[in-house]
Design a protein around this ligand. Structure first.
Ligand SMILES: [Zn+2]
Length: 88
């Protein structure tokens, strides 16, 4: 499977659209949890925070593929600002 962050648009079979912003944070774009609130879309470099956010989506009844968390763990290590699992 190609990189989640390499392709534009929502993640297949999900209600999520994650992308890496120019500020080098991962953004939950058009987030259905923060929509309608004053909170902006979740933007984080913290994998655990993003994984917890996925659980929030799942709890809210949104479609979150089972493969996504493991896939994110793998891709997170390849993000440009991560070296050996730590922030540069
Ligand atoms: Zn979200």
């Amino acid at each position: 499977m190609s990189g989640l962050f390499d392709r534009p648009g929502p993640i297949p079979d999900s209600d999520l659209w994650l992308f890496v912003s120019r500020d080098e944070v991962v953004v939950c774009c058009l987030c259905k949890i923060t929509r309608g609130t004053r909170v902006r879309d979740l933007a984080t470099r913290d994998l655990d925070e993003m994984l917890a956010h996925l659980d929030e989506h799942r709890d809210a009844g949104h479609r979150v593929p089972n493969w996504l968390a493991e896939h994110l763990r793998t891709e997170w290590r390849n993000l440009p600002w991560i070296t050996n699992g730590a922030l540069k």
